[in-house]
Design a protein around this ligand. Structure first.
Ligand SMILES: Cc1cc2nc3c(=O)[nH]c(=O)nc-3n(C[C@H](O)[C@H](O)[C@H](O)COP(=O)(O)OP(=O)(O)OC[C@H]3O[C@@H](n4cnc5c(N)ncnc54)[C@H](O)[C@@H]3O)c2cc1C
Length: 447
């Protein structure tokens, strides 16, 4: 059977790998010139490692992606460390990655600290996220952890990430963030690019085809065949190619434009269109001086700052892999139409500089380079009863043979390469089951 996979991120590449292993003919179409999707990396001349355009690490319990690394012979390329996470509160940095740090935090009275500790413990131990889907994060976290803790700790982060939409986010989303977090974090030697390259090689070794720089432009269905049409930068265009099955791993708003009659197909598939999405933006500074001294991850709770998080990658991985320079991300999640989305990196840097100086007034900032990256529709905003509206593999999204599997599908979890790997595997299994069923159906009819 011939399968087309649209999108060369972790979901698409894993699905392709699982399918080619079982002998199917797979073609991956990726619109960008590089593979990896939101986890794609780039490398400056003086660096020996790639760096992700958006900050990336793994948790030690990310078993699906760690298992894939083992299968591809990359087990010894996983690096595990315990970098420092902190919060900027009242113009000072507070380390915030252990129960002791909560007790030392000056922003809450003891009773609220104890309630917050209980809430975190509850999230770690309580397994039934479905119950938390029907109540907003604000209601639940205020009821259990107290209003003051909500206002000081959780709300600034929720508001920073989701803006006015934070009211709609269910408690299950925040539960998942706390439950999944591990104090130790992992990174891949050479960057996530190491795993992307290993997957690419494995797919090609099994006979799969990967086309980069080829955005899919339309899908049509004729006589049980699915035809895809895209544009190839090298050959300028190619005619319609026929496949038996098609898996879309692109964000839902893109999929809706590609799948014929997406919203009409079944009432179920008009629902995913109601999920709001934010774009992710990262400004990456390569500097001679460190911007943050020891902290890897800094949450900004002061909403006058024009960014939500500062991620000092070289306080996690050694700067020697990056020409001896310090790498710092400034991250934001932005609604469509936000003015930052149309600003150049120079304009953004100018806007951010006074705030970067506030983080480290002694830092003589001499930027070696500055990069700007925007991931379109990179953050689905979970809604109450999200599991009922999220896209699912069953029934197929675009009618027989057309499947949709993307970041919106991995509830209750937030996005993550681990879940992309898990989802890619599930999608491949579902496609193979479906092929078997239709083969069996045809054989029974023919008898
Ligand atoms: C700021 C940020 C930080 C993150 N941090 C982490 C982290 O620390 N750890 C972690 O594990 N995960 C993290 N993630 C999440 C992780 O990157 C994603 O969950 C994962 O990469 C999603 O993979 P995917 O294949 O499902 O989707 P994507 O990576 O979005 O892949 C979809 C692919 O489809 C392609 N495409 C779109 N339209 C077309 C078309 N018409 N034709 C052909 N191709 C098309 C896109 O170019 C893309 O390559 C982060 C994400 C962001 C944005």
């Amino acid at each position: 059977m011939k399968v087309a996979i649209i999108g060369g991120g972790f979901t698409g590449l894993t699905a392709a790998y699982e399918l080619v292993k079982k002998g199917h003919k797979v073609t991956v179409f990726e619109k960008d010139t590089v593979l990896g999707g939101l986890a794609h990396g780039f490398k400056e001349k003086s660096w020996s490692w790639h760096l992700e355009a958006a900050y990336h690490h793994l948790f030690t319990n990310d078993t699906a992606i760690i298992g894939l690394m083992k299968e591809l012979g990359l087990a010894d390329r996983l690096i595990t460390k315990r970098p420092i996470t902190a919060t900027l509160w009242n113009q000072a940095l507070y380390q915030f990655d252990a129960p002791m740090h909560l007790l030392l935090f000056p922003g809450l009275p003891l009773i609220d600290k104890l309630r917050t500790g209980m809430l975190a413990l509850f999230c770690k131990l309580f397994p039934f996220w479905q119950i938390l889907e029907g109540v907003s994060a604000e209601e639940f976290f205020t009821a259990v952890g107290g209003r003051r803790a909500w206002e000081e700790i959780w709300k600034p982060l929720m508001y920073g990430k989701f803006g006015a939409l934070y009211h709609q986010v269910p408690a299950s989303w925040l539960w998942a963030r706390i439950k999944k977090r591990t104090p130790k974090l992992c990174y891949i030697e050479g960057g996530f690019h190491t795993l992307v390259t290993a997957l690419e090689k494995a797919i090609k070794r099994y006979g799969g085809t990967i086309l980069t720089g080829v955005p899919l432009q339309s899908i049509s269905i004729k006589k049980n065949c699915i035809y895809v049409c895209g544009r190839n930068a090298i050959y300028n265009s190619f005619s319609h190619i026929a496949f038996d099955r098609l898996l879309l791993t692109v964000p839902t708003p893109f999929a809706a434009k590609l799948i014929p009659n997406f919203s009409l197909f079944t009432s179920h598939f008009s629902l995913p269109l109601s999920i709001p999405h934010l774009h992710a933006q990262t400004l990456i500074l390569e500097t001679k001086e460190p911007i943050l001294k020891d902290v890897y991850w800094l949450n900004i709770t002061d909403r006058t700052f024009p960014f939500l998080a500062v991620v000092a990658h070289t306080n996690f991985m050694d700067k020697k892999h990056y020409g001896g320079h310090h790498l710092t991300y400034f991250g934001n999640y932005l609604p469509p139409g936000h003015p930052f989305l149309t600003m150049s990196k120079e304009q953004l840097l100018k806007k951010f500089l006074p705030f970067i100086n506030r983080l480290n007034p002694s830092c003589q900032l001499s930027a070696v380079s500055c990069q700007l990256f925007t991931g379109m529709y990179a953050q689905p905003v979970h809604q109450l009863h999200y599991s009922q509206i999220a896209p699912k593999l069953d029934p197929p999204a675009g009618g027989p043979g057309i499947y949709l599997a993307n970041m919106d599908s991995i509830f209750p979890w937030d996005r993550g390469t681990n879940y992309a790997v898990e989802l890619g595997k599930k999608a491949a299994i579902r496609i193979m089951e479906n092929m078997k069923q239709s083969h069996h159906g045809r054989a029974t009819r023919d008898r």
